[in-house]
Design a protein around this ligand. Sequence first.
Ligand SMILES: Nc1nc2c(ncn2[C@@H]2O[C@H](COP(=O)(O)OP(=O)(O)OP(=O)(O)O)[C@@H](O)[C@H]2O)c(=O)[nH]1
Ligand SMILES: [Mg+2]
Length: 202
Amino acid sequence: MKAEFLLTLAHVSQFLELFPGGPFLKGRREPRVAVVGRSNVGKSSLINALLQTRLAQTSGSPGKTRAIHFYHWKDAGKIIADLPGFGYARAAKTERDRWEVFIDLYFKKEENLDRVLLLLDARHGPTDIDRKAIQFLSLRNIPVTFVFVKADTLKTQAQRALRQKETKSALSELGIEPEGVFWVSSHDQTGIKELARELSVK
Ligand SMILES: Nc1nc2c(ncn2[C@@H]2O[C@H](COP(=O)(O)OP(=O)(O)OP(=O)(O)O)[C@@H](O)[C@H]2O)c(=O)[nH]1
Ligand SMILES: [Mg+2]
């Protein structure tokens, strides 16, 4: 098996036990890759594509992943974390605040974070919610790799070129160096190998 489910972090009361300090998570010390993005953007699907598994639950309706699920990605020598989607519009504000507190605590406690993959929808540039997430991560000095998902929905080369151009300038406006951005599709496997290679321990 290429991947293995490790554990679910669903409540703040678990932090002390799971992150007592040091690099270990359930006895494993592989660096962590956290997958972040708007609800329904395709985080769990991307994890399944990268790990060549169906362990992560996906859904057509937003708000499926409500906790942090950790998987051991053996080929890459990493632990990958599937985070709940942020900015789920129909969730109550208290619920959205709870997300922020929970994720904030995770990033504070996580001593072995390799990087965050911030997923953006290839069909449109960064939305206001995405901008908030970018701000949230940059304020905490978290290293981010930008990944545009659902690239299969851009049918023609011209469409793709236009979207990439728009996106680059949107990212530049946010002060982000748009080089090293990945374009992937979990449905037709576009760019998955390249991203997996980038994330693997060299
Ligand atoms: N066209 C296309 N659709 C995709 C792709 N990846 C995911 N989807 C669809 O997007 C929807 C959401 O996918 P998930 O992987 O569950 O999204 P998520 O970000 O984990 O969602 P939450 O856990 O609710 O935050 C599903 O209907 C998927 O089939 C892709 O590469 N291309
Ligand atoms: Mg999910």
